[in-house]
Structures are given as structure tokens and as C-alpha cells.
Ligand binder design. Structure first.
Ligand SMILES: [Zn+2]
Length: 142
């Protein structure tokens, strides 16, 4: 008998559900602080800030496809930046009013992990700048 119950996200896909203990065992401390603790890595410290290889950026928590290297650009901010997600359904956007600012938080739609924020000053056709922590990403090279 299948008694496992998935909660639903905005796209109706099943959530990846893990306990805090499971996340702590799976993730490094830095990954945990960003993905589960909504932390921000210090600028210019992440391993993907100057990354130029082509490939697919996946969620470090659950492996969901999040961004393509084709949309990555050098924003000068110190964080990996993208003009759009690989698939809009794979990210959740939430209003974040912490630190006295109104920002839009970007989360992984599959596991709820915090990725970064999106700002309306991107250089591409979307006008968006996805400012993402390296800690929340893994790169699969093409
Ligand atoms: Zn995820």
C-alpha cells in the first residue's frame, strides 16, 4: 500500500521531501546554509562566478535542471547571473521582504531549496537578472 503523500508546489509536480537531518547529511555546510537556510554566499567567492564552460546548471539539492550556460552572463555582482531559467516551471518566485528590502526570491520548484533572487535589470530579452548562489548549483558539462 502506498501511503506516501507528496505536497504540491505551484506547478503541481511532486515535491522532493527530506528531513532537516537528511539535508544536513547530503549537503555541505555551505550548500545547506544557502539551500535550506536561505543564506547568501559572500560575493566573488562562489565557484561558478567566472565559470565559462557550457553545460546545464542543476539544483545541488535535488538535481532539477535550473539554468543553461547559454543564458549566463557576467553581471559584475560577484554571483553567477542568468537572464532566464532553463524552464520557468522549475523555479518558484516568492516575494521576500527581509532586510528591509522588497526582493523576489528564487527557489527550486522541486525541492524548495533557496537559489537566490531575481532583479528587473537584466540585459536580455526578459529584462531579468537571476542572481544565484554558486552553492546551490552543480554544473553538468555538455
Ligand atoms: Zn532542488
Amino acid at each position: 500500500m502506498n501511503t506516501h503523500i507528496h505536497s504540491q508546489n505551484q506547478t503541481g509536480r511532486p515535491r522532493v521531501e527530506k528531513t532537516e537531518r537528511e539535508w544536513r547529511e547530503q549537503l555541505t555546510r555551505d550548500q545547506y546554509n544557502v539551500l535550506r537556510g536561505k543564506g547568501t554566499e559572500p560575493p566573488f567567492t562562489g565557484r561558478f562566478v567566472h565559470e565559462k564552460r557550457s553545460g546545464t546548471y542543476r539544483c545541488a539539492g535535488c538535481g532539477a535542471e535550473l539554468f543553461s550556460s547559454e543564458t549566463k552572463f557576467d553581471s559584475g555582482t560577484g554571483w553567477p547571473s542568468f537572464t532566464e531559467p532553463a524552464d520557468r516551471a522549475n523555479v518558484e518566485l516568492l516575494e521576500d521582504r527581509s532586510w528591509g528590502m522588497r526582493r523576489i526570491e528564487v527557489n527550486c520548484a522541486a525541492c524548495g531549496g533557496h537559489l537566490g533572487h531575481v532583479f528587473p535589470d537584466g540585459p536580455g530579452a526578459t529584462g531579468e537578472r537571476y542572481c544565484i548562489n554558486s552553492c546551490s548549483l552543480e554544473l553538468n558539462e555538455h
